[in-house]
Design a binder for this molecule. Sequence first.
Ligand SMILES: [Zn+2]
Length: 330
Amino acid sequence: LKGKPTLPDQCVAGIDIGGTKIALAVADHEGRIIEKTRFPARTGERGPHAIIEEALTEIERMLGQTGARLAAVGVGCGGPLDRKRGLILSPPNLPGWDEFPVVRLVEERLGVPALLDNDANAAALGEHRHGAGAGYRHLVYITISTGIGGGVIVRGKLVHGVYDGAGEVGHMTVLPGGPACGCGGRGCLEALCSGTSIARRARAKMAAGETSSLSSQGADNVTAQAVAEAARAGDAVATEVWDETIEYLAVGVGNLFNILAPEAVVIGGGVSTAGEQLFGPLRERVRARARMLPPEMINILQASLGGDSALHGAVILGQAARERRPAQSS
Ligand SMILES: [Zn+2]
């Protein structure tokens, strides 16, 4: 334990629901995480009710250890979801979670208010409050892993837009007529620069007969991380794929700077762990592209909370739920 909360009845909990794992945190009145844990979701074996029940039992266990009383809960989850009604709506990574009333279940079971938002928005909140984006009021967060998500923060607040559709940076077109995207469109940033897409483009080059050190691991096992490593080692195919990735990403990030002029764009997710191999050339190309801002205003940062950005954000959602309306007696 990092220290006992001074206002124990103002504690909040955060739940980050992913396709493979559920992460949980209990935080003090100021949102500092006192204890956190995670467990495998095993979505193939059991439904949402069993998974949420395990999460709530774990939260009660953590609270019991701290002696703290809960005031509210924040929940982050992959979209689509209905934020106002507190429903999770069949996310592709959560089969069987159809119109799942997660907010109502949490509120009824724990007797405190709960608030739901999508995990990319939650991660944006987390990085904005506690991570690489701390101190900035205007921020765009992008997560690049199997897919690409994002969150836009203006004047310190998330922008949700009509139908909560804002911040879907993964689905901006960066190559008209380009590869098919999971959204039904073509040439989206996600269809070119997600980890899945990076690996797919490398496989396509090998299938077309280009020789690469990547083929030694079997074409099916090629990952974005392997492409990054092979590019560092000087492999020509991997270098070409990595270079294209940065070019398309620079188009997308350049558009964001031109439209929103954020103080910073923070990039997280698995692909961002390539570090300067990604960020060095990306900054250079976005600076060359986003001509409406002076180059020194193009501030592109690596996320600093690792896999916990969205969990920190879920805690912040819990704080917002606490402030929005008083907790019922539990
Ligand atoms: Zn798309």
